[in-house]
Design a protein around this ligand. Structure first.
Ligand SMILES: Nc1ncnc2c1ncn2[C@@H]1O[C@H](COP(=O)(O)OP(=O)(O)OP(=O)(O)O)[C@@H](O)[C@H]1O
Ligand SMILES: [Mg+2]
Length: 299
């Protein structure tokens, strides 16, 4: 890599994304430094999932560039681990936890079964990282949502990615498990020194863990500290309507009139099948290696 270019873990420059001819993101620019834990927020349909898919090279950019560790996006970028938003069906599977994690390791790149010693060691490594050895012996169907989430995180860590894109890991978890998942991701993120983008509907479970927040809305993106972004003017612009921010007992409530905005979102998140979207079916792992320096940015 050209040493004169100071690359961050994630550099988004003047990016426009469109789906079905409709702009989802317009001329967005922001920079995430290596080792940052970023909470990705924004109303339903703001483009959180779409942006992650663009970083994975699964969606062409209409304009601009995205670089991950200094390298322009490519499909199958091995330095990115991905947990897609749609994870339905796992609860009914009898497959043993370890085999589930290993499925993603065994020949995930070439579609060939490959149980090499290296793959096996990698599975052990990621299970240890999430403290999941005991879970690994049990079938998925017997695990709680929070426990399955731990194994999904383990899967994402296969191949030693430098950037993790976790799309709504807290969906359908109760508050106690939500905190457990956030704490686990934070611990692993620090232990490995990797960069994490963690999307969520609610800010509060993330408040004590994230370094900065990336807020999407109205085709725009704002990246900054909570104090910089979670403000009346910034959020009113992103929602395109007046927003109030209230802080109570260390929690933050983002209000549109007298309704909490994340409660609004949840109202239509739980469709009959538990999901309101169907455009995700990549399964979570593109792997490889690239790395580089640091840089960062603001609102
Ligand atoms: N294949 C598609 N064609 C056209 N529009 C799409 C397609 N996929 C998604 N969209 C639209 O793009 C917008 C952004 O969707 P996206 O799933 O990225 O939002 P999100 O922020 O992840 O929302 P959520 O919080 O509900 O997960 C939505 O309005 C969605 O309806
Ligand atoms: Mg989404």
């Amino acid at each position: 890599m050209n040493a004169s270019i100071k690359a961050g873990a994630l550099d988004v420059e003047h990016v426009t994304l469109e789906l079905g001819g409709r702009p989802i993101l317009k001329d967005a620019s922001f920079n995430v430094a290596a080792g940052e834990f970023i909470g990705v927020l924004g109303p339903n349909g703001a483009g959180k999932t779409t942006l992650m898919r663009a970083m994975l090279g699964l969606l062409p950019l209409s304009k601009g560039t995205i670089r991950v560790n200094g390298v322009a996006v490519v499909r199958g970028n091995a330095s990115i681990g991905y947990m897609p938003q749609i994870r339905s069906g796992l609860a009914g599977r009898r497959v043993r936890g370890r085999d589930f994690v290993a499925m993603a390791a065994d020949g995930h790149r070439w579609g060939l079964p490959r149980t090499s010693a290296a793959a096996k060691a990698d599975v052990d490594r990621v299970l240890d990282l999430v403290d999941g050895r005991a879970l690994a012996a049990r079938p998925l169907s017997e695990l709680s949502g929070g426990e399955r989430q731990r194994l999904l995180l383990a899967q994402c860590l296969l191949g030693d990615p430098k950037l993790l894109l976790l799309d709504e890991p807290l969906i359908s978890l109760d508050p106690r498990h939500q905190t457990g998942v956030v704490d686990l991701v934070r611990r692993v993120q620090r232990e490995l020194g990797i960069t994490v983008l963690f999307s969520a509907h609610e800010l509060n479970p993330l408040l004590n863990s994230i370094d900065r927040v990336l807020y999407l809305g109205n085709g725009r993106a704002a990246l900054g500290t909570i104090d910089e972004v979670i403000t009346k003017p910034v959020l009113s612009q992103l929602y395109g309507s007046p927003i109030d921010v209230m802080r109570v007992n260390g929690r933050i409530f983002v209000m549109a009139g007298d309704v909490e905005v994340d409660k609004l979102d949840h109202a239509h998140e739980d469709g009959p099948d538990g999901h309101s979207h169907s455009h995700d079916h990549d399964h979570g792992h593109d792997h490889g290696h690239h790395h580089s320096g640091t840089h960062s940015h603001d609102v």
